[in-house]
Design a protein around this ligand. Structure first.
Ligand SMILES: Nc1nc2c(ncn2[C@@H]2O[C@H](COP(=O)(O)OP(=O)(O)OP(=O)(O)O)[C@@H](O)[C@H]2O)c(=O)[nH]1
Ligand SMILES: [Mg+2]
Ligand SMILES: [Zn+2]
Length: 295
């Protein structure tokens, strides 16, 4: 007689080898059949096969899946996310383009997002906050923290949820994890060695339990975040600041470049939109159109 099915949550996924957290502890699992698209955060049912191993038998339908895709590759990051933490810091310098792309990815999946500005202890912290002011004005929440300081405000936001941290290398995601989950033992490299070697400290996405019903997922540093899997209307609607103007352009198929009667161009000219937003939309359009030409 085979062992009963155990509910579990995918802690990490390396190729076709998975670690699944269960009430019986973590199990190193293979997956039944040919499917290998299981990702960190997935809820699954496993059958224990002894010696700390098991087989993933079923995948529970996902609430959402955060992913990125360019013309050639689709990369799933994690699933069943309640909150996306976009982690930035005073140094090294962060890319506003990348921050916005992370926010758009969350928006497309209807996942709440919070921008963290880590390293509040550094003198350049105020300047980092100032760079994010246009996003705060759009309505995104920005929270300053120090991974080595008081994280109670952040802890409150994580309670009862699954939170995914994303961001560039060196922003302090793993440091935050280590403070919040002291036994996470995430490797935190000295920043200079991490940057000089051109390698990222964190090499795999992994889920950690904060308590019985709160989870925190750390992910490797991002250098780019392509959104070419999304249609142009999906991308436009992922800009909350554009929504009052969408459908108001003279031409139904307006690309918001230099068409007459473009509502976005007009709003921008009137100072009601941050110009970096439409510039980003145009880059995303080009990337999507490039991807379409490869198909
Ligand atoms: N001063 C200061 N340094 C910090 C803080 N948080 C992290 N650091 C330092 O920043 C460097 C990078 O931290 P990590 O936690 O490895 O950054 P990461 O975002 O996980 O980087 P990747 O894994 O490469 O994506 C380390 O040297 C940390 O000690 C902070 O709040 N203040
Ligand atoms: Mg890390
Ligand atoms: Zn337009």
């Amino acid at each position: 007689m085979s062992a009963p099915l155990l509910p579990g949550r995918v802690v990490s996924a390396h190729g076709r080898s998975f670690v699944v957290g269960t009430s019986h502890g973590p199990l190193r699992c293979a997956v039944r059949g040919r499917r290998a698209d299981i990702v960190c955060g997935d809820r699954v049912e496993v059958r224990a096969t002894g010696g700390g191993t098991g087989v993933i038998e079923t995948l529970t339908p996902r609430e959402n899946l955060l992913s990125r895709a360019d013309a050639f590759h689709h990369k799933a990051i994690a699933s069943n996310i309640d909150l996306l933490l976009v982690v930035t810091a005073a140094e090294p310098e962060f890319s506003l383009d990348l921050v916005q792309r992370c926010l758009l990815a969350a928006e497309v999946q209807d996942i709440a997002a919070l921008i963290l500005v880590n390293k509040a202890d550094l003198p350049q912290h105020a300047a980092a906050l100032a760079r994010l002011a246009p996003l705060a004005a759009i309505g995104y929440e920005v929270l300053g923290v120090s991974a080595h300081g008081d994280l109670s405000a952040l802890r409150q936001r994580l309670a009862g949820r699954t939170t995914l941290m994303v961001g560039q290398s060196g922003m302090g995601k793993s440091s935050l994890l280590n403070t919040l989950v002291p036994d996470a033992a995430a490797r935190v490299a000295d920043i200079s060695s991490a940057l000089n070697s051109g390698r990222h400290t964190t090499t795999h996405t992994a889920l950690h339990a904060l308590d019985a019903d709160s989870w925190l997922i750390d992910s490797p540093g991002l250098q780019e975040f392509a959104l070419a899997q999304h249609s142009l209307p999906e991308l436009e609607h992922a800009f909350p600041d554009f929504r009052p103007y969408l459908g108001q352009c003279r031409f139904r198929n307006c690309r918001h470049r230099s068409e007459p009667g473009c509502a976005l161009v007009a709003a921008e000219a009137a100072g009601r939109l941050w110009p970096a937003r439409r510039a980003l939309l145009l880059r995303l359009q080009e990337e999507r159109e490039f991807a379409d030409r490869q198909r």
